[in-house]
Structures are given as structure tokens and as C-alpha cells.
Design a protein around this ligand. Structure first.
Ligand code: BG6
Length: 484
């Protein structure tokens, strides 16, 4: 089964912040992989724009080094890389002044798709949008791409939205949440809405609870200054976990269109109940044999910022009434595991005498590592000795199931950038979604700040604080194990 690569239309992609960390690590190596796969057409151009005083050759050199360092070059030949570097151009630019804008205006073509990637601090979004407009570089067909953090609360998110909408229509704005570009996240929709099997069971009659886990082994070293002002709630829950929750809980849209999907996600966010403070556990990692404590990493000896959070959330609608959604995410945990587990209810009645164990069907969707899914089913243990039941996983790892190397999993950024060029907003957050997510998040954060809540310490390399385990234990449930 070979994967199909459909080239996109010719485009000019301007990357503001084109020499920055995200551009070097993700955007440019990702674009090179799309180029190697044949998806970037002849006539596509990438224009770096940043403060650094580089010329075209200097930028080509920087991109060449980034691809060598951050991947993409391993499977390709040097001739391919050389051709890719030919698609690059560069202009120094001042986001807050006038320098460089005329040069950029001379570079960007009007007769191809135009995309402007704001890979810069959000405080510059408004300046860039305004200058693109004032210098008549952007048209009403241009697309702009922005990154999280999209605000730090509802008020700032509204201000950011306004600064973009003053110059661009919502249909031109692509707000990236890279979790939506992950292969398995899209598979969530394929599994739910492409099979007859699951949807009839996807409700409070059959589902006991749902767990969403995004555990990481890395700490916050290197980006402590940003993280210490954000914490796990703003950094992960308000966006990535919220998006996963929406996709798992939303009603089937009438069709797989950008606004149809986003309308349904928005309804989920608006139906979220406020969370009882007793159902929130905040944690902070302590020093361990393999690393420093959070406070050392964040260089803030008195920090009360959470590097871990677990919570029980309810959705106020008919489908999910009474079904808890348990969310947890943290840094420096036992393993890098991201999964969504749909835990179905117990059988109402067992016909197998003597079988006292609780058997449950669990559908688990793994985002990483080993993207795939498995369904835990109960079968008879093989061999003599009567009807002894055992739970086994029906496992499907996508890389194995789909076989050949043509199906390598595309990085989230590659997919999302190609969607921008195609003009498909389905996997991007709409402004009202982001605002609704903050409207739910703000009172929770204000709540613990008002109570001067102190996060519970947890050992680096563990599954998080004890209280997070208790959150489920006291209800007769337990977290899925983080496989170390
Ligand atoms: C980012 C967060 O958005 O997502 C990081 O800012 C986090 O703190 C990262 O580490 C996780 O992404 P992934 O794709 O590695 O799971």
C-alpha cells in the first residue's frame, strides 16, 4: 500500500521568526520532508524573515544546518537538498519598524497562494498583521498562521484575536495546535465516524469513564522562564488536552468540513462543567537521581507553578451526563505516554460461575509512542480447567498494520503547513473555540491562585503525586499504567 502524495498549489510561505527555534527544529525540516516526498510543487518558495542580518546564502546555510541537526536529511540525497535550498529566500525585517517591508513586498508574488507564518512572540502578532496590510503585501486571500500560546487568559486571547481580525478575516487565520496534526488524533475521528462498531456504544449507557493522559519524561529546563508563568494548565490542558477531549466527546458533524467539525468541538467546550477544586490535583516534580527539581529547572526557588495536573471533568449534555473524564499531564514522569482510554462499563450479569474478576472492554488510542490502538476484550484462557476468563488486547500498531515504509507517520507540522496551503482549516482552532477554552480555564486558575494552592511534590520519574492516584481510587477506578 503506497501512500498518495498530491502536490499542493504553488505558494510563497513567509516565515516571520524564520531563524528561530521552532522554524529550525520543526517548520523547515518538515518542509524539506514534504519537498522530498514530492508534495511541494515547482514554483513553491519559502522566505525567511527575521531580525538577523543575513543574506540569501546565509539563510540557506542556516537551513542546511537545521535540517542536518533536526532531521529530514537522512533519507534524501544531497541533490534533493540542494534543490530544496534553491526554494529559499530571506530578508531581514523589523516587526515593530519599517525596515525590510519594502524588500518583502518585492519578493512576495500575488498570483500564488500566500501564507505568512508568525513564528514569533504573540506580542508581535498585531504589528505583523498591521504591517502586512499597510504595505499591501497581504491580499484578502492570504493566510496567516499563528502558534500557541494564544493568550494566557480570556482577556489576552480576545485582544490577540482582535489584533488579527482587524486586518484578516477569520477564514484567513490558522491557529496551530500541533496535537491536531498528529496522525492518531485524526484517527480518532476516523475510528469514531468511519466504523459502525463504536458510535452506538459511545455514550453514558456503555462508557464508564474516559482517561486522557499526556505524560512526558522531559523537564522544563531551557524554557523555565516561559513555563513558570504558564504551568501545565495553560501549557497543555487549555489547548492540547482540551482538543483531545473535544474530538473524543463531540457529536458527529454533518460532514468533515472545517466549520462543521469546529462547531461541534465548540459545543463540547461550552458544555464543560466548572471543576470542583477537590477534583484537581496540581503537582511539581522534585529532584531525582536523574535530574534537578522543577524549582531548579525553572530557576525560581519559590515557584508554585504546576508541572503536573490531574482533574476530573464532566460534560453537561445528554450523551455524557454522569461520565467522568479524567485528564492528566505532567513533565518528568515515568514514561512518554500519550493515550486516550475509553473504559466501558462492566457486564450487567456474568453467566460464568466462579468468575469474580471484573472484566472490562477498554479501547485505548495511543498517540505516542507506537501510534495505534488496542481494544481489550475478554476471552477464555486457553487449555483445560474449565471456563477461566482472561483479558487480552486486540492490538493494532499502525506502522505494523499498514506495513511498508511509504506509510511513515508524517510529523504534525508538515501536515498542518500543507493544510494551510490547501486552505483547509479543519485541523486549526477557530477564534471562538480558543476563547471558550479560556473562559472555562480562567476560573480554575483564579481559584487555585486565590487559595494560594501549593502543588504536591512528586518524584521525578514517577506517575505523579499520590493525590492524583487517589482521585480515581476513591471512586473505585484506577489510572492506566504508565509503562516505563
Ligand atoms: C508543547 C508544550 O505545546 O507541547 C510543551 O509547550 C510540550 O511543553 C509539547 O512538551 C508536547 O508535544 P509533543 O508533540 O512532544 O507531545
Amino acid at each position: 500500500m503506497a501512500s498518495r502524495v498530491i502536490p499542493v498549489d504553488p505558494f510563497d510561505l513567509v516565515i516571520f521568526g524564520g531563524t528561530g527555534d521552532l522554524a529550525r527544529r520543526k517548520i523547515l525540516p518538515g518542509l524539506f520532508r514534504r519537498y522530498s516526498s514530492g508534495q511541494m510543487p515547482e514554483g513553491a518558495r519559502i522566505i525567511g524573515a527575521a531580525r538577523s542580518d543575513l543574506d540569501r546564502a546565509g539563510y540557506q546555510q542556516l537551513v542546511n544546518e537545521s535540517i542536518a541537526e533536526f532531521g529530514g536529511a537522512e533519507k534524501s540525497d544531497t541533490a534533493m537538498l540542494a534543490k530544496f535550498l534553491e526554494t529559499l529566500d530571506y530578508t531581514p525585517i523589523d516587526a515593530k519598524g519599517e525596515a525590510g517591508w519594502d524588500a518583502l513586498s518585492g519578493m512576495v508574488r500575488k498570483d500564488v497562494v500566500q501564507a505568512f507564518y508568525f513564528s514569533v512572540a504573540p506580542s508581535l502578532f498585531g504589528d505583523l498583521a498591521q504591517r502586512l496590510h499597510a504595505h499591501k503585501i497581504a491580499t484578502d486571500q492570504s493566510r496567516i498562521v499563528v502558534e500557541k500560546p494564544f493568550g494566557r487568559d480570556l482577556k489576552s486571547a480576545k485582544a490577540l484575536n482582535k489584533s488579527l481580525r482587524d486586518h484578516f478575516d477569520e477564514s484567513q487565520v490558522y491557529r496551530i495546535d500541533h496535537y491536531l496534526g498528529k496522525e492518531t488524533v485524526q484517527n480518532l475521528m476516523a475510528v469514531r465516524f468511519g466504523n459502525v462498531l463504536f458510535e452506538p456504544l459511545w455514550n453514558n449507557h456503555y462508557v464508564d469513564h474516559i482517561q486522557i493522559t499526556v505524560a512526558e519524561t522531559v523537564g522544563v529546563g531551557g524554557r523555565g522562564a516561559y513555563y513558570d508563568r504558564a504551568g501545565a494548565m495553560r501549557d497543555m490542558v487549555q489547548n492540547h488536552l482540551m482538543q483531545l477531549l473535544c474530538l473524543i466527546a463531540m457529536e458527529p458533524p454533518g460532514q468533515f468540513g472545517a466549520d462543521e467539525v469546529r462547531d461541534e468541538k465548540l459545543k463540547v467546550i461550552r458544555a464543560l462543567q466548572g471543576v470542583d477544586p477537590h477534583h484537581i490535583v496540581r503537582g511539581q516534580y522534585d529532584a531525582g537521581p536523574n535530574g534537578a527539581s522543577y524549582r531548579e529547572d525553572a530557576e525560581n526557588p519559590r515557584s508554585f507553578t504546576e508541572s503536573f495536573i490531574a482533574m476530573k471533568v464532566h460534560i453537561n449534555n445528554w450523551r455524557w451526563a454522569g461520565v467522568p473524564f479524567y485528564l492528566r499531564t505532567g513533565k518528568r514522569m515515568k514514561s512518554r505516554t500519550s493515550e486516550i482510554a475509553v473504559v466501558f462499563k462492566d457486564l450487567g450479569h456474568s453467566i460464568f460461575e466462579g468468575d469474580e474478576k471484573r472484566h472490562r472492554n477498554i479501547l485505548s488510542i495511543r498517540l505516542q509512542p507506537n501510534e495505534g490502538m488496542d481494544l481489550q476484550v475478554t476471552i477464555k484462557e486457553p487449555g483445560p480447567g474449565g471456563m477461566r476468563l482472561v483479558d487480552v488486547p486486540l492490538d493494532m500498531t499502525f506502522a505494523e498494520a499498514l506495513g511498508d515504509s511509504d506509510h511513515e507517520v508524517t510529523d504534525a507540522y508538515e501536515r498542518l503547513i500543507m493544510d494551510v496551503i490547501r486552505g483547509n482549516q479543519t485541523l486549526f482552532m477557530r477564534g471562538d473555540e480558543v476563547e471558550a477554552a479560556w473562559a472555562w480555564t480562567d476560573p480554575l486558575i483564579n481559584g487555585w491562585e486565590g487559595r494560594n494552592d501549593v502543588p504536591k511534590l512528586y518524584d521525578a520519574g514517577s506517575s505523579g503525586p499520590e493525590d492524583a492516584l487517589m482521585l480515581l481510587h476513591r471512586e473505585g477506578r484506577k489510572w492506566r499504567e504508565l509503562k516505563g
